[in-house]
Design a protein around this ligand. Structure first.
Ligand code: NAD
Ligand code: UDP
Length: 311
């Protein structure tokens, strides 16, 4: 039986990945310190093929037996989380990635790093292809996340080049779907919670900044195609459909039938003005492209529920 380790498996993306791997007959070990993930996220997949380890990946991890895949997703991901946990974010990108790469090397496992479109920073090239080196402010507040991921990419490439580890790097563009926390601070769950509670929708700045939103099932399909490919350099996985944040807020209001008004709040420092993946590489190498468009994905997320806190 194929065994996969998923670090950060109790988080939003990790729980969907664990679910997909179990459905394909893998044995799954989920290592998570529950900083931003929850046991509720994995309650429905508890079974004899699923093991949860409460573990901080900045600490060494030994596993007995065979490990075929290491999916390294552990890291704070939402701006409010990494701004609250700046040193931890740097440590999980460095020590955490080092530990997971060491584990993959020991077990001769395929390794996937969950990197991010944030490696492109506030981009001066649009859309962003993998050849763009980015425009990141290393000492700004977002630097703790962006630079941790850039370092994690460098470490991963070094393990591949020097140690021969079968590594893969996915640059994830804004992904959304069921099980995002209502208070996780990212635009999609925040706007949905606010709309469902008839509270003002907080658009930062004038809302003209853009993002390209990918539905979670599309992303997970991209993960699996990439980790099983021969591609060792980073690959963008995201939906090229680009929207302003104001358009996103309006779509959420329309789909929820909410009476909420849009209010404008200060734009956070270094908030990227534009973001859109060039997915030529994913199309050509992995025969991958997204299938779920924004309205459909938002509707699925809303119908799943859980966006209004119960307490
Ligand atoms: P999330 O916050 O829901 O999940 C992160 C998980 O990692 C949580 O379960 C958390 O408890 C765990 N974690 C954090 N530090 C840990 C540590 N030291 N040891 C063990 N577990 C730890 O966020 P997510 O959106 O699911 O993000 C998952 C990964 O994907 C992250 O690496 C993130 O940087 C990356 N990513 C996500 C997006 C997105 O749009 N969702 C975009 C780009 C990159
Ligand atoms: N945003 C917003 N209101 C919110 C949360 C986010 O206007 O309540 C904006 C944020 O400034 C950014 C965009 O929405 O321009 C996407 O933010 P998110 O945190 O979802 O992702 P990231 O900035 O990491 O792309």
């Amino acid at each position: 039986m194929t065994t996969s380790l998923v670090s950060g498996g109790a988080g939003f993306l990790g729980s969907h990945l664990c679910e997909r791997l179990l459905s394909e007959g893998h044995r799954v070990i989920c290592a998570d310190n529950l900083d931003t993930g929850t046991l509720e996220n994995i309650e429905h997949i508890r079974s004899e093929n699923f093991e949860f380890l409460q573990h901080d990946v900045t600490e060494h991890l030994e596993l007995d037996g065979t490990v075929d895949y290491v999916f390294h997703l552990a890291s704070p991901a939402s701006p409010i989380d990494y701004l609250r946990l700046p040193l931890h974010t740097l440590k999980v990108g460095s020590y955490g990635t080092h530990n997971m790469l060491g584990l993959a090397k020991k077990h001769r496992a395929r390794f996937l790093l969950a990197s991010t479109s944030e490696v492109y920073g506030d981009p001066q090239v649009h859309p962003q292809s993998e050849t763009y080196w980015g425009h990141v402010n290393p000492i700004g507040p977002r630097g703790v996340y962006d630079e941790a991921k850039r370092y994690a990419e460098a470490l991963t490439m070094a393990y591949h080049r020097q140690q021969g580890v079968d590594t893969h790097i996915v640059r994830i563009f804004n992904t959304y779907g069921p099980r995002m926390r209502p208070h996780d601070g990212r635009a999609v769950p925040t706007f949905m919670r606010q709309a469902l509670e008839s509270k003002p929708i907080t658009v930062f700045g004038d809302g003209s900044q853009t993002r390209s939103f990918c539905y979670v099932s599309d992303l997970i399909e991209g993960f699996l195609r990439l980790v099983n490919s021969d591609m060792h350099e980073p690959v963008n996985i995201g939906n090229p459909g680009e929207f302003t944040i104001l358009e996103l807020a309006e779509a959420v209001i329309r789909l929820t039938g909410s009476s909420s008004e849009i209010v404008h709040e200060a734009l956070p420092q270094d908030d990227p003005q534009v973001r859109q993946p060039d997915i030529t590489l994913a199309r050509e190498l992995l025969d991958w492209e997204p299938e779920v468009e924004l309205e459909e994905g938002l509707t699925r997320t809303l119908s799943y529920g859980g966006l209004v806190p119960t307490s």
